[in-house]
Design a protein. Structure first.
Ligand SMILES: Cc1ncc(COP(=O)(O)O)c(C=O)c1O
Ligand SMILES: Cc1ncc(COP(=O)(O)O)c(C=O)c1O
Lengths: 416, 148, 416, 148
């Protein structure tokens, strides 16, 4: 196991120098919501604006050429980062938009008489899980409503694992949409196995990789999914950018969600034809500078090494779980061990509401997230309205874990 | 702004010993409100009779701020005539949403002024208002019924 | 008429210091595609990332509070910029997404049994114009296809004005979607009058304000429209952000396009309810830093003064039209006068294809755009495949116009 | 990279005097291609007989680069046997898409090497390839017909 030189890495993140609530050291344990950004990313965006800014794919002046090159280079870098071909990567605003794009492909194809692979019929089933983030849940409710398909889901076991009931995957299953890593439980799901089961019945596999791509090496080939969505802002990149990866043959047939400039082939007043992918899915002037920033983020992560990052996070997660288990009245929601588990640690405290716990932590300089973390049904499954979640990234260290534990103890004492 | 400003002793007291908690009969209207950010919920009933708030009964899950704010509300408003209730509700909302820039009016608010600190923690504003908004909604419904 | 101190303003735009094609001065006449960015905007974004970055509306730690404040302040600033209330402004990726959001509101409501005002029936008509950008054309073709409504359009006169045939607005008209200012012709359309006619028959008015909001004072109240869309990147703001303004009562009833986190009220496995506007229309972690940058852009534009900017642009437009008319073989596509006309000047040259003209201009340091500018049907209307377009903004000066004219003469000589 | 590298004398000559322009009979296949960025269009016919390109006829609107590239293609390919045509097409595409990093092969390309400069102007790549792609498409269609 390579250890990260966190002290050195932290110098790359300007925000970590600030203090909060008076003079408290900032202990940022909310990377599951959004990550902080290194200078490399901020500088890449700024250089783009100061030197090359122009609309892409549209001009033949020098700035337009340079901007187009930078944007397409970003696509190639992101594709390389996940082991994909460049033209299989579509830039979106965030992962939510990426997942909606897949969902709309199905409802639009069904309503417009589109390609068969995207057409759903009453009786067809969409299979999701009880641990999904709302982004990979609500869009499928909409698809089901619009197409007459039925929504079904895998449950979650008491220790926070997916209850992979094989009986749920049948000839009726057309779509299996599942998160790679739960943003609440930290659970890493066996996507390759699920994909195999799904493909055996001809279903399409959609993976929400928001919490995996930033934290461990993900190769879309190995994953075996058909669609993979993730967000730039959770992987050191700017806000305002996300990605959808799709298998080239599916992308080729997939109808667009948004229409307008730059995604067309020919336009007449009464009808239009659309461009090939990825252009077909990027209507209007895109989030160019954000793509350039994400390019820099991928390079940064690659330079540090995804395996080292993952190992480091698992180490911190282990310390956090151990420390929390030592505090009377704390219960962790999610796997108790470190097997197939990422760096989100959610917990509840006897007699202290997460909002209050989070407030005391905030007062101690520790930024965690409290609430249902956009996974309300999962919380209902555990009969709790909310949890407190600490999530780690490459810039966190053992001191951060210690501060989390101390703050948690302080909260329990305060409300005792 | 530190935590102690937020968690006044009186808030912790109401949190630990909520007044008027539980659902009771009779009631003129019942509402269910949810805080979509944290999942906190309240079921609240209001009984209005002869222009007076006869009872506010409630069942809620939530943080200390939302629990205490509802408990304080119970103490402040039950037994009050409607025309004295609205100014209190209005002033409480104004204080909580005032981002720390509104001087709390103790004459109107009574114990409610203990929540002045909440105004400096925007993420807690909805907590403090959960019960009060439910009360407003329920009372308007109850009155709507009265009038028909 | 206040004159702009362009020399001083130019110092705020770092990119204008660079040279192109060897040592040519950059003459940027492509602001119609996207504008350049002042330091004020770049610094605002960077400060956000370096000091306040966090996910909004979701955390109760200090950074989350600050980020939420910055984001909601941006909404208030943008709203103020167009004379609107803050909760009537929705942030999108670009204007294209904003227009699609309105279009989907109609098709989704129609398909899902949504509110009556958004429901279309066969026989209903959607009225657009022949001068629309593809962004305000193709989405309406999709709506027509999905709902059975009929697409109709106002034509364009030979001198590039809207042919406002009143017979086209009838009891069947449900939507009138029109551009405030043509991105090709420069024509400014009489929105208030169109809105009056449309409202008289109960139709909803959607305005594409991409080319007006950046260049002149637009007050949504005076405009009289129901929906107004525009892009941040064309008004000195970052890429990756656009806005949809809508009348509050319409927004309250409007169904969402994208679903997921942060736009919900309650979520169960099999159904969900949605939050009030504007949250209902902003699913997932939004383009936070971009909103903050757009806030700074609005403040910058306000400080310079929209009336002064507009006057300055009209002045340059007059010089360009005059100069181009003096060159034999050049024909301007669009109004020949300066009445109700913005700063886009499109033209064709006898015997020189726009691509070649643009290439010679580029070689002269002059960045213009060539092609159909995402208004293909408009070009077909004039029986030309493409035009060369120069578009001006506050940082352009008379030297820029002179260089445009010199470069154009050079091109005509080169290909003579 | 300056303009003169792009607009070689030979390109301007072909642009001013396009060879083989116009639509002719007989033809084995006809295609219509469009450049979506600028709206340029070409209608192109190919006649293949006994494994030889007998004629390429076309009607096109477009810039100097697209017009000249089609004209040069006409001169290069008409009269050639198919097995000598494909290497030329392949080499031309490789050169044009080579971003200025591909050494042009004059033996294979002939006058086609005049377009080497295009490779340094990415926005013009589609212009240079419009006619060539149409030719490839039409020829494959014509052969498809032959084979069935
Ligand atoms: C008139 C008009 N409408 C719509 C658009 C689309 O804007 P965006 O590409 O930012 O979505 C543009 C600019 O490209 C435009 O000029
Ligand atoms: C598992 C998971 N899915 C989806 C999302 C949505 O991502 P975004 O908000 O960037 O669209 C998130 C983060 O919020 C997440 O953690």
């Amino acid at each position: 196991m390579t250890l990260l030189d966190v002290d050195t890495l932290r110098k790359d993140f300007p925000i970590l120098e600030r203090s909060v609530r008076g003079d408290r050291r900032l202990v940022y344990l909310d990377s599951g919501a959004t990550s902080q950004k290194p200078y490399a990313v901020l500088n890449a965006e700024r250089d783009f604006y100061e030197l090359h800014n122009a609309a892409v794919h549209r001009g033949n002046h020098q700035l337009a050429e340079e901007a187009t090159d930078a944007y397409e280079q970003a696509r190639a870098t992101v594709a390389g980062f996940i082991g994909a071909a460049a033209d299989e990567v579509v830039f979106t605003r965030n992962a939510t938009e990426a997942l909606n794009m897949v969902a709309y492909a199905f409802s639009n194809a069904t309503l417009d008489g589109g390609p068969d692979r995207f057409t759903l019929r009453p009786g067809d089933e969409i299979l999701i899980t009880e641990m999904e983030h709302h982004a990979n849940l609500v869009p499928w409710q909409q698809v089901a409503k619009r197409t007459g398909a039925t929504l079904r889901w895998f449950g979650v076991t008491d220790d926070g694992r997916l209850d992979l009931d094989p009986d749920l995957i049948t000839e009726r299953t057309r779509i299996v949409a599942v998160t790679h890593q739960s943003n609440v439980l930290g659970t890493i799901n066996p996507i390759a196995r699920i994909a195999q089961m799904a493909h055996a019945v001809g279903a399409i596999v959609v993976v929400d990789a928001c919490q995996s791509v930033p934290h461990m090496a993900v190769d879309v080939g190995d994953l075996g999914a058909d669609f993979v969505a993730f967000s730039g802002h959770k992987m050191l990149g700017p806000t305002g950018i996300g990605c959808l990866w799709a298998r080239a043959d599916l992308l080729a047939e997939m109808p667009p969600m948004l229409t307008g400039g730059s995604m067309i082939e020919q336009v007449f007043m009464d009808h239009s034809t659309f461009a090939p992918p990825p252009q077909r899915f990027e209507a209007g002037v895109p989030n160019i500078a954000q793509a350039v920033g994400l390019d820099a983020a991928c390079r940064y992560l690659d330079a540090v090494g995804l395996q080292a990052i993952h190992d480091h996070e698992v180490h911190l997660t282990g310390l956090a779980i151990e420390g929390l288990n030592d505090i009377a009245g704390i219960r962790i929601i999610g796997p108790a061990d470190l097997v197939d588990r990422g760096a989100a640690v959610s917990f509840v405290a006897d007699g202290v509401h997460p909002h209050d716990l989070g407030q005391v932590l905030d007062d101690s300089g520790v930024a965690v997230r409290v609430g249902h973390h956009c996974a309300w049904p999962l919380h209902r499954r555990f009969s709790i309205p909310a949890t407190t979640r600490a999530s780690f990234y490459l810039y966190n260290d053992e001191d951060d874990v210690a501060d989390l534990l101390a703050g948690t103890r302080r909260a329990l004492e305060f409300f005792a | 702004m530190n935590m102690e400003t937020l968690y006044q002793e009186i808030i912790l007291d109401h949190y630990r010993n909520p007044r008027g908690k539980g659902l009771r009969e009779p009631f003129g209207a019942q509402v269910h409100h949810v805080n979509p950010t944290c999942g906190d919920e309240i079921t609240l009933r209001v009984q209005v009779d002869e222009g007076v708030i006869q009872d506010i009964s409630y069942d809620a899950t939530g943080c200390s701020i939302s629990q205490a704010a509802t408990s304080v509300m119970y103490e402040q408003l039950v037994g009050q005539p409607l025309d004295q209730v609205w100014p209190v509700v209005e002033e409480f909302v104004r204080l909580i949403e005032g981002r720390g820039k509104v001087e709390p009016n103790e004459d109107v608010l009574g114990d409610g002024i203990a929540f002045a600190g909440v105004a400096s923690f925007p993420a807690r504003v909805k907590c403090a208002l959960l019960g009060w908004m439910a009360f407003k909604d329920a009372t308007l419904q109850a009155l709507g019924k009265d009038f028909t």
